[in-house]
Design a protein around this ligand. Structure first.
Ligand SMILES: Cc1cc2nc3c(=O)[nH]c(=O)nc-3n(C[C@H](O)[C@H](O)[C@H](O)COP(=O)(O)OP(=O)(O)OC[C@H]3O[C@@H](n4cnc5c(N)ncnc54)[C@H](O)[C@@H]3O)c2cc1C
Length: 645
């Protein structure tokens, strides 16, 4: 087997929003950096995203670090770690500027001359602070690509799979990768590794991303390296995904806020199952849909109907609503227009929607610099795996039980930058002192043995079984029976993967690639199962129909899963600080007030309601006139473009 040995200060796994910012920051600190990405550079969830980014204070003067941080914590049912929510809130503007320095061109508000926020706050945000982009995630992906290639100092490898991180005495010493393009194994020696390998939605179907890559590699690599994983039961199901035709299944049909002031969710009998949808979080909408399905009231494709016709019917405010729908989240409108019908896109017909797996709130347990931690006093007393970092969807502890819309693109840049700098520092203060190559050689010999496996199962068939089973048994609705079933299936897949069919070659070996990913999917599903079994109630993205909802007055706890010496997993609870009661009650009262106001408007006679809504739309809808031209130095140009002239 052909093995190439490499030495770097920092290895970054992944080239999405998190990986590109991490690489850029580490390189700026003088570290030698290698980015390894199994997809082509910048091709990832970041690229197919809606391109909505949280930028503090972009829409409301009374926004602040504290308000944004509190919004995240409250939506996350107090599972979020405050040092992380504070870091996110504090750096959100700076992170957005970094995207702009690397080429992102925002839409600028003609009124304020600052990046233009959407007209309404996304569900759970109490301020307008979500900035949209005309060409969605593509704009972000190009900025990410630029962040890696522009300086010419960052080395990168595409079509290259990290197989495992190599650790000695709880300290990172490198990683082993499969370079499919060249048909070789890479042994990369380095004191710092940043995991920015994205999420796990591919272990489910339906899911919102159309990429093959989200096979949970982040979590499997981290747990096998000995790191603590936090809140791994908390997967977010995006409530409004298309259910048909098959080629559109799982694609986004909007956010809760898409429903605007009068949108409701209905079951198959047209009974309302959730009102004031625009004020709800993603978790609340998904829960309402899946509980209705569980009661036997689901639509033909196992979902519910999003009914926005009342918005449209109001004669004066209706045209404003249609303008809002078409321009605020254009991809929802366009997907529905293409997938369903013109009358549906005009809201004359109901939209059949169903939750789809979207985002993992859990992940590697880190401190505010993205460093792996274990124990209560993270970062100081109980460091986790030394030299191991995570950023973006790989990390946990920031969003707790529910992620607010538009926060992930920002999260990638905030923690990418922080972890990149911290990893570079780690390489300076803790340079690699290798006694021997034994740990690497052991892993390489394991790979050699796998390549001669001539079993009877194909990885791709196991992959399909995993997707179906995870949706059914580890999906938005869970109970003990389903979790027990899941455990049996995981044991079965573990046996099957030992009896797998793999080609004996290293040149673009698809069966080997599938093997690497399916193994990661199984490990990730198992970590999630341990966490889900420990969570004895419904909270956030996790609905246990055989247990009560977890009360907001009880002591919040996170689940933490790690690996034992015999490679089995272990789970424990870590208790969190609850938001002080007075503050929580204040927050809840404000939420109830907003819901009451929305309900009252719905029940007013049409003429009065119409007038009120017309006024509201006039207040929130900005003139959509475009700036006449964009050129380096103009407000819509990227910041980097300004500095080069
Ligand atoms: C349809 C859709 C719309 C969305 N819209 C929004 C939005 O508008 N706003 C928002 O904030 N969020 C949005 N999100 C979520 C957001 O896009 C993602 O959470 C975010 O982009 C994740 O960034 P990341 O850098 O952590 O991972 P990714 O961008 O997914 O990058 C992962 C990288 O890791 C690499 N990788 C994975 N495993 C390995 C391995 N074993 N070896 C080597 N490389 C590996 C991949 O090749 C890739 O380069 C959306 C998500 C989807 C699916």
């Amino acid at each position: 087997m052909n093995v190439e040995w490499k030495k770097y200060d920092v290895l970054v796994i992944g080239s999405g929003g998190a990986g590109s910012h991490a690489a850029h920051a580490a390189s700026n600190k003088g570290a030698s950096v290698l980015v390894v990405s199994k997809d082509p550079l910048g091709v990832s969830d970041t690229k197919i995203s809606e391109g909505l980014a949280t930028v503090r204070e972009s829409g409301s003067n009374d926004d602040s670090v504290e308000t944004l941080s509190e919004n995240i914590k409250m939506a996350g049912a107090d599972l979020s770690i405050e040092s992380l929510t504070n870091a996110f809130s504090q750096d959100s503007k700076l992170a957005y500027d970094k995207y702009r320095e690397n080429g992102l061109r925002p839409t600028i508000s003609l009124k304020s001359q600052t990046p233009k926020p959407l007209p309404l706050p996304l569900g759970g945000h109490t301020r307008r602070r979500t900035v949209g982009h005309n060409n969605s995630g593509i704009a972000f992906a190009h900025a990410n690509w630029n962040a890696i290639v522009s300086k010419g100092e960052i080395n990168y490898k595409e079509d290259c799979w990290i197989i495992d991180i190599i650790v000695d005495k709880k300290t990172v010493i490198g990683a082993v990768a499969y370079d499919a393009q060249k048909g070789i194994i890479l042994a990369i020696q380095c004191p710092s590794v940043i995991i920015a390998a994205g999420g796990l939605s591919t272990i489910y179907f339906p899911k919102t991303d159309t990429l093959r890559g989200n096979t949970g590699d982040s979590y499997a690599l981290a747990v096998r390296a000995g790191a603590d994983m936090v809140d791994m039961e908390q997967i977010q199901f995006l409530p409004f995904c298309l259910t048909s035709p098959p080629s559109y299944e799982g694609l986004l049909a909007g956010e809760p806020v898409t429903a605007s002031f009068l949108g409701v969710l209905r079951d198959k009998n047209k009974n309302i199952i959730l009102d004031s949808v625009f004020l709800r979080t993603r978790a609340q909408c998904s829960e309402a849909i899946m509980k209705s399905v569980e009661k036997g009231n689901g639509t033909i494709n196992g979902g519910a109907f999003l009914d926005m016709s009342a918005n449209k019917r109001a004669p004066k405010s209706g045209p404003y609503f249609m303008e809002y729908l078409k321009t605020s989240l254009p991809s929802a409108y366009n997907n529905v227009r293409q997938a369903l019908s013109k009358p549906a896109s005009q809201c004359d017909e109901l939209w059949e929607v169903r939750p789809g797996a979207h985002y993992m709130m859990g992940g590697l347990r880190v401190n505010e610099f993205g460093a792996s931690v274990a124990g209560e006093f993270y970062g100081k007393v109980d460091l986790g795996v030394s030299g191991l970092f995570a950023a973006g969807q790989s990390m946990g502890g920031l969003f707790g039980a529910n992620r607010l819309g538009s926060t992930s693109l920002t999260e990638g840049a905030v923690f990418g930058l922080r972890s990149g700098e911290a990893a570079a520092k780690n390489s300076i203060y803790n340079p690699l002192k290798l006694q021997s190559n034994d740990k690497f050689l052991k892993k390489i010999s394991e790979i050699d043995n796998i390549l001669v496996t001539k079993g009877k199962y194909s990885s791709s068939s196991i992959k399909k079984d995993i997707q179906k089973a995870c949706w059914k048994n580890l999906g938005p609705i869970r109970d003990k029976k389903r979790l027990n079933k899941m455990r049996k299936l995981i044991e079965l897949w573990k046996k099957k993967i030992k009896n797998i069919r793999i080609e004996d070659t290293l040149i673009w070996n698809q069966s080997f690639i599938e093997y690497i990913e399916v193994k990661n999917m199984i490990d990730t599903a198992e970590i999630m199962l341990f966490a889900a079994e420990e969570r004895d109630g419904s909270i956030g993205g996790h609905v246990r129909i055989d247990c009560k909802n977890i009360s907001m007055f009880s002591k919040p706890y996170s689940t933490v899963v790690n690996i034992n010496n015999d490679k089995s997993f272990n789970v424990k609870r870590v208790y969190r600080n609850r938001t002080p009661l007075k503050r929580m009650l204040f927050y809840k009262v404000e939420e109830i007030k907003r819901l009451l106001e929305a309900k009252t408007i719905r029940f007013l006679p049409l003429s009065i309601k119409d007038k009120i809504l017309e006024k509201k739309y006039k207040n929130i809808m900005e003139n959509n006139d475009e700036m006449s031209s964009i050129y380096p130095g103009s407000p819509e140009a990227a910041i980097g473009e300004k500095t080069t002239l």
